[in-house]
Design a protein around this ligand. Sequence first.
Ligand code: SF4
Ligand code: SF4
Ligand code: FES
Length: 246
Amino acid sequence: MKKISLGIYRQDPSADRKGKIVKYHVPVEEGMVVLDAVRHVQENTDPTLAVRWNCKAARCGSCAAEINGVPKLMCKTRIEDIGDDITVEPMRSFTLVKDLVTDISPAWAVARSLPHFHPRQRSVHPFRIEEMDVERSQEFRKCIECMLCMDVCHVKREHNTSYVGPRYIVKAASLDMHPMDSLDRSKFLDREGGIGYCNVTKCCQAICPAHIRITENAIIPEKERAADLFYDPLMMLLKRLRKVKD
Ligand code: SF4
Ligand code: SF4
Ligand code: FES
């Protein structure tokens, strides 16, 4: 049976062990994905290897890692597509727990800080939703919270900023574009969320396994709303006039 060279990042911060890539030789069959190879090592060579996975169907988002330096889902990456020499490392934007497992709980804290869905006071009966609004909302709901977009984002990766990151701009956009929601989260994204740090490189959009057009359909519209709100002189004048009237 054909074998591949599989390098896996091994580190146990609780045991104060330094991190290193350990090489394994794994037999592979046609159709195997990277997660299969990593689990083969765990089951046959070293049961102490820490790896997180759940569905093996690109649905739960828990097997996110960096495969040959690119953030990907291990269960969706076929070995025959990437060759015989593979290196798997944990996501670098999050604190390491052990081996391939990282702590993504800071992202949940961001989720909690985002203004929640706030329905309009006077709703129209019967409420009708346009097809376009349904499609827009469906796109954002495809997110599996794998955090690969947060991992690839150079702002999150290299700078210790308060930037909420692409996943939560997608979340904010899904609420802002809901026809029954009454809030505008662009103020939050501009002030607390640091959306100005994003320079629209589209790296997050390129790696999203759910194929969400993160930059085009979420980040750019939210940036434009924030720009209209805070930097458009006409809007600023209107806001001032409204205040005087109130
Ligand atoms: S937006 Fe895409 S890459 Fe980001 S968490 Fe959701 S599914 Fe993952
Ligand atoms: S487009 Fe913005 S959020 Fe996406 S990776 Fe680039 S800087 Fe990060
Ligand atoms: S194991 Fe669920 S997304 Fe990979």
